[in-house]
Design a protein around this ligand. Structure first.
Ligand SMILES: Nc1ncnc2c1ncn2[C@@H]1O[C@H](COP(=O)(O)OP(=O)(O)OP(=O)(O)O)[C@@H](O)[C@H]1O
Length: 239
């Protein structure tokens, strides 16, 4: 097993006139929860686009479980599940059928997929909603569904881009807690956020600002006795 589930080395990316990522490097230990913390415009979504292969960076390298993303993209992506910021599920199809559809896209038969889906929905306290159309679910349940969908092919790494945007405090807390618990199953998490209350002291953290990594490491080591919210604003506001 690789020591690092995800390694990013000297990655840069520019839009036409905007340099969005500058020599970004960090490693995420296998089985850990890593918060990608950064204010709006820091480059979090751009980094996710590179990590998922949506865009290609001309500079730097990404390694997924020891496989180079550029050379072994298919193997690397098989091991990654993604929850994007924008919802991508069909609202007029039931929860279960949505998940079966995505399982089929990953080449998983209905017979194999059904117990996985039941298990995933039970763990997300969604079992009773399985046959409802997504349109009837509230924002929190739709987000849980996006997470269940990202896990349907049993990836080793889960990337989530600000997955709690627009949700109330209680729902945010419950989803944050659930995703932290996925690490107990050996899944490595990269969770992009600008909300410090979603980050626990034992988590790993990458602080991204203006496309550059300012700090990496375990939150309690990096922040020390400082309050995380205060530390984050000192590092980024006006800087
Ligand atoms: N398609 C694009 N064309 C030009 N510039 C872009 C494009 N997408 C993003 N940017 C710019 O690149 C920088 C990084 O944006 P990005 O969306 O990656 O940041 P972010 O941390 O995800 O922010 P947010 O939390 O607001 O989504 C920002 O300055 C943004 O304005």
């Amino acid at each position: 097993m690789s020591k690092y589930a995800l390694s990013v080395c000297d990655l840069s990316y520019s839009y036409a006139t905007k340099n969005a990522l500058n020599n970004v490097s960090f490693d995420i230990p296998t089985g850990s929860f890593c918060a990608l913390l950064g204010p709006n415009g820091a480059g979090k979504s751009t980094l996710f686009s590179v990590l998922t292969g949506l865009v290609r960076s001309p500079d730097g390298a990404v390694s997924v479980l020891g496989h180079d993303l550029a050379s072994y993209g298919r193997i690397a992506r098989k091991n990654i599940g993604v929850v994007f910021q924008q919802p991508t599920l069909d609202l007029d199809v039931s929860v279960r059928e949505n998940l079966l559809y995505f399982a089929a896209l990953h080449g998983i038969s209905r017979r194999r997929a059904k117990p996985r889906i039941t298990d995933a929905l039970d763990r997300l306290s969604m079992g009773e909603r399985a046959d409802e159309k997504l349109r009837n679910l509230n924002g929190g349940h739709r987000r849980r569904m996006e997470i269940a969908r990202a896990l349907v092919h049993e990836p080793s790494i889960l990337l989530l881009d600000e997955p709690t945007v627009g949700l109330d405090h209680e729902t945010r807390q419950s989803i944050t807690q659930y995703v932290h618990q996925l690490c107990d199953d050996g899944i490595t998490i990269l969770w992009a956020t600008h909300l410090v209350d979603e980050i626990y002291p034992a988590d790993q953290m990458v602080l991204l600002h203006h496309g550059q990594v300012l700090e990496t490491g375990q939150v309690s080591d990096v922040v020390g006795t400082n309050d995380l919210a205060h530390w984050f604003s000192q590092k980024t506001v006006g800087a």
